[in-house]
Design a protein around this ligand. Structure first.
Ligand code: GLU
Length: 472
């Protein structure tokens, strides 16, 4: 049994237990919600060079209260059953919070992707998919994987292709997996979705007058400082968008190879280019290298964004954390005992199950697109454009004022897929934030966002069970 995975699983259970009494639900129902419905463990052989290697893999479906179940697939040498169970449970609550009508699931393949060639990774992915198909653990109405740590659009395309070959004639095959490349029935905006969602969550919190009063921070995002652990898909887009759209100053970034700091701020786009060229974030002009990579977690900043893996802030280092706000872009980056210490220190934590829900939200849009077999915006874009233009022309005619062609273009624009995806994502994150705040205010004596989010999520899942009963 893995200690790391076990700790993570215990953390999720402890956070659940803290929220449970506020839901006023029966012990039986709470146990039903908490339980992992199906755990599939498989060991499959793959030919690597001239030898046969046996690989451990998992798929956990935490809750079947809504179908399909949904959640990413992780490739990491640290993958273990407890970790995948914890991540699957988080997916259930995450989907409930943002009203994405899925149950939670997660997959894991115990490999270090760096140690395999592209061809070998493809073989592993296709074999894993085949195992899932054989066991009925994948399908548009059954269980829909997506990218997670160590996987991306490339792996999702292999999964899609394998599924389609094995389930020939299935018209909705593309909806068996999300996070696919845009040219392979993916959706625009999926790649940035988790990071963009993290940014919207931070923005909503920083614009919340009473929450900012609690921690003595000025309202708004402009000029606020941010430190980011992890420059992968989530950390990169969070930083890029926070900088471009929110006016944040990124003062520290940590990656596998080390950490850097700059009082003046770090340009994330340029840092990524520097890393591509040199293979490292270190020695980036205008910044100083830090002693070791964990120091980013300890810099004094307004918002700390742990965007790597679970169990990063623990009882060991929590006392050195100086951030006023922590936005959990990764799943489970703060252990449950460290959370209690931070709350006592008056730190506000945007919990993972809300903060990083942007990924699954846009996955939901991709799934809908696949089922409708049509790109969002295709039907209405030109019609809207013509209607808006007539309106603008009418205003011009009636008021006698002249509207420039450039302004007309802006005012009379029909929405493209990317516009609709971003709009849907923003709406989802904003609505969910205020829903969580409402849960804090219902006189339940809830003082932190995670407990409020849990209470809301548990109640939504409970509603499904209560309304529909048990069969058989
Ligand atoms: N792996 C992502 C997460 O942890 C995305 C899941 C999905 O899109 O289904 O939320």
């Amino acid at each position: 049994m893995s200690k790391n995975g076990l700790n993570f699983y215990k953390s999720v259970q402890q956070n659940f237990a803290k929220a449970a009494p506020h839901t006023k639900l029966s012990a039986g129902l709470l146990t039903q919600i908490k339980a992992c419905n199906s755990v599939y463990f498989v060991q499959f052989p793959v030919k690597i060079d001239d030898e046969v290697r046996v690989i451990d893999a998992f798929r956990v479906q935490h809750s079947h209260h809504r179908l399909p179940t949904k959640g990413g697939i992780r490739y990491s040498s640290q993958v273990n059953q407890e970790e995948v169970m914890a991540l699957a449970a988080l997916m259930t609550y995450k989907c409930a919070i943002v009203d994405v009508p899925f149950g939670g699931a997660k997959g894991g393949v115990k490999i270090s992707p760096r140690k395999y060639t592209t061809a070998q990774l493809e073989r592993i992915t296709r074999r894993y998919t085949t195992e899932l198909v054989k066991r009925n653990f994948i399908g548009p109405g059954i269980d829909v994987p997506a990218p997670d740590y160590g996987t991306g659009a490339r792996e999702m395309a292999w999964i899609y292709d394998t599924y389609q070959v094995l389930q020939s004639g299935e018209i909705d095959a593309a909806a068996c997996v999300t996070g696919k490349p845009v040219g392979q029935n993916g959706i625009r905006g999926r790649e940035e979705a988790t990071g963009r969602g993290v940014y919207y969550a931070i923005r909503e919190l920083l614009n919340d007058v009473s929450m900012m009063k609690k921690i003595g921070l000025d309202v708004g995002t402009d000029g606020k400082t941010m430190a980011i652990q992890g420059l992968g898909n989530v950390g990169y887009h969070t930083g890029r968008i926070a900088q471009m759209e929110g006016g944040f100053k990124i003062t520290s970034v940590a990656e596998f190879e080390g950490a850097i700091f700059s009082e003046q701020g770090i340009d994330i786009e340029q840092l990524v280019m520097h890393r591509k060229e040199t293979g490292s974030i270190l020695d980036f002009p205008g910044t100083s290298n830090m002693r070791d990579r964990t120091q980013t977690l300890e810099v004094a900043c307004d918002v700390l964004v742990p965007a790597a893996l679970e169990n990063q802030i623990t009882l060991e280092n929590v006392d050195r954390v100086k951030a006023k706000v922590i936005a959990e872009a990764a799943n489970g980056p703060v252990t449950s005992d460290a959370i209690e210490v931070l709350l006592k220190k008056n730190v506000i934590i945007l919990p993972d199950m809300y903060a990083n829900a942007g990924g699954v939200t846009v996955s939901y849009f991709e799934w809908l697109k696949n089922l409708s077999h049509m790109r969002f915006g295709r039907m209405e874009k030109r019609f809207d454009q013509k209607t808006y233009l007539s309106l603008v022309n009418l205003v011009e005619e009636k008021t006698g004022s002249v509207i420039s062609d450039k302004d007309k273009e802006i005012l009379a624009r029909g929405a493209d897929e990317i516009d609709l995806v971003r709009s849907g994502l923003e709406e989802t994150m904003v609505t969910a934030y205020h829903e969580i705040r409402d849960w804090m205010n219902v006189g339940n004596d809830i003082s932190d966002l995670r407990t409020a989010a849990f209470v809301g999520a548990i109640r939504k899942v409970a509603n499904d069970y209560e309304d529909r009963g048990l069969f058989p």
